[in-house]
Write a protein that binds this ligand. Sequence first.
Ligand SMILES: *[C@@H]1O[C@H](CO)[C@@H](O)[C@H](O)[C@H]1NC(C)=O
Length: 465
Amino acid sequence: MRLPRRALPPPRPHPPLLHLLVLLSFAVPETAAAPPRTSSIVGMAWPTKCTWLPLPTSGMSHSYTLFSKYHKIWKETKEAVSANDVSRQETISGVIALKGSMKYFDADFFNDSKLREMEDGAIEFNVPAFRDNRKLVALENGGLHNPSALVFKSSWNGESKISKRKSLDYPITSSVHRPSKDEDIAFMSIMELGELIRTKQVTSRELTDVFLRRLKRYSPVIKSVITVTDDLAYKQAKEADDLLEQGKYLGLLHGIPYGLKDIIAVPEYKTTWGSKTFENQVLDIEAYVYKRLKSTGAVLVAKLVTGSLAYDDIWFGGRTRNPWNIEEFSTGSSAGPAASTSAGMVPFAIGSETAGSITYPAARCGVTALRPTFGTVARTGVMSISESLDKLGPFCRSAIDCAVVLDEIRGKDAGDPSSREVDIEDPFHVDITQLTVGYLDSAEMEVIESLFVCISLVTYCSFLI
Ligand SMILES: *[C@@H]1O[C@H](CO)[C@@H](O)[C@H](O)[C@H]1NC(C)=O
């Protein structure tokens, strides 16, 4: 959760090492050779027990003798080791340093080989990545000049003015008729379901029934649901139906069922974070994104799987599967929102991403999701992994539905100082023939070819209109 943090106390030097340094600075005459570097002292197993050496009793010459004696021992130790050993010793000193710092993360349980692996990884991957990121940030169009995940600002300068919310100009979805089979209803888009509700061909209660049945029926296989919120769902569905009876229609999400990734808090229901440790946790907080959806008349039907502590697709109830091929897993960590939307267990769901948790499961489960720019959707009441990277976004079955949901959930909230009012360009008024489409050289050609076919078709059709 987003709670105030306590500052860590500054690390202090290790006491025996401190004593040794004091002793050296006391004992070394100005003319003597420089003492070995402190890291070498650690690496070369400089004697840490001093009691067997005669203590200086008087005068500079005596302390010089003492220093020479230390220096001689150090030199002898140094000469006795081969070049290979020296590099091994340096690695050991890195491992010792890493072990020391792990203590401050309350993670001092790694063994030496694991620590060496981390050190190698950091040198090989992290350091070059940090250097590249710094270069990118310094570029004219880099993070210093545009909001970027590489630069963390808790508030956005010059953007404090709250822009007026504009609703998108949705195309009219006319002549939608209620299908006879529930299965066909389950895979309709939000635009179509919204039209069925508005024209009273279906009630929110009926939709809620359809999706609750599917959630219960498929969750034992797909393992994408943590809590079904029946009571709340029927209460919200009734409110939506009553409002419509009074002639009040709140918009496209009015009466539409949906699911939330289980790192998003809803009062009176468990918010488990997918973790065995928090399996029974109830947080009586209304997450900002839940509040927004409630105000649009949407109906919460389920808390969906998050990989444990928002990592991967493994949670305390098992591992979430890909509905298109249940031999595969969904990937994570928004495993539940992706798999449940894909299987028609919800018309849409809200997930989150720190690094890949929206894009990976959406790609694997074949749904359309949207990972918004950092700060677009306030994260109040949502478990935090990285304050400067976490983003909330919709999982749907089409790009239009993603636009509809994002338009309703975007916004700034006092509980999340990184959030902002971000205007989104109305996607229904973009001339897509003027867009430039980019792809990576490493992308699969089959996908690129399909993309080109789509673009040619759309361009052709737009000429016909
Ligand atoms: C060190 O820990 C890792 C797991 O973190 C384990 O796989 C490995 O076997 C351990 N190595 C030794 C030497 O105990």
